[in-house]
Design a protein around this ligand. Structure first.
Ligand code: PRP
Ligand code: URA
Length: 211
């Protein structure tokens, strides 16, 4: 796959270790949920590497000093259902982040995303938005969700995925070059049903035990 400036594949040994367990068909719902959460925290850490900071004054027990804190309010937006499993992973680092929800499912025949729900925090257009979905397959859901956020005025959007297929990564990278995409690991391709290979199966079903 071509390299894109706005795509960051982490491939960190610790993340690869966790993704290997996540993929295993014998990994149960509880551990799957915990791993998604942990990987998301690591993705969040990396994705805030270059975030603007502001200077604040802090009084230690010994003296007053100037310190740097992350500037601006943060909104987390999971794409339902599977994105929900990533929310707590961001909250671990940003406990006061607001949460919006975008409901989308892929039509099994056409693989086109269908939006069925949307509730976003007031003033989201001024916030740093983190869009969450563990799986970036064709990229249709992510592109539609980003389009929706942009129509609502959002200007600072990051997308976080656990697994990306080259097809989906390229689609988002080309359609939204202003959106930085953070992916734990890049997989080989999609199968004829639009599932990522080797992937991990259906992320929503594995998170919520629905199959
Ligand atoms: C999955 C996944 C993404 C989408 C990715 O959701 O969580 O939202 O598919 O596919 P795409 O890149 O081809 O759009 P799904 O539609 O299975 O809904 P669910 O999370 O409710 O199970
Ligand atoms: N959605 C999933 O949950 N898994 C895939 O492999 C593709 C889309």
């Amino acid at each position: 796959m071509k390299e894109y400036k706005n795509v960051h594949v982490l491939n960190h040994p610790l993340i690869c270790h966790k993704v290997a367990i996540l993929r295993d068909e014998n990994t149960g719902t509880k551990q799957f949920r915990e791993l998604i959460e942990e990987i998301t925290t690591l993705l969040t850490f990396e994705s805030f590497n270059n975030v603007p900071t502001k200077t604040v004054k802090v009084k230690t027990p010994l003296e007053e000093c100037e310190q740097q804190t992350v500037d601006g309010e943060i909104a987390i937006v999971p794409i339902l259902r599977a994105g929900l499993g990533m929310v707590s992973g961001v909250h671990t680092l940003f406990p006061t982040a607001k949460v919006g929800h975008i409901g989308m499912y892929r039509d099994e025949q056409t693989l086109q995303p269908k939006e069925y729900y949307c509730k976003l925090p007031e003033g989201i257009e001024k916030m740093r938005v983190i869009l969450l979905d563990p799986m970036l397959a064709t990229g249709g859901s992510a592109c539609d969700a980003i389009d929706l956020l942009k129509r609502r005025g959002c200007k600072d959007i990051k997308l976080m995925n656990v697994i990306g297929a080259p097809e989906g990564v390229e689609r988002v990278a080309k359609a939204h070059p202003d959106v930085n995409v953070y992916i734990a690991t890049l997989d080989r391709c999609l199968n004829e049903n639009g599932y990522i290979l080797p992937g991990l199966g259906d992320a929503g079903d594995r998170l919520f035990g629905t199959k």
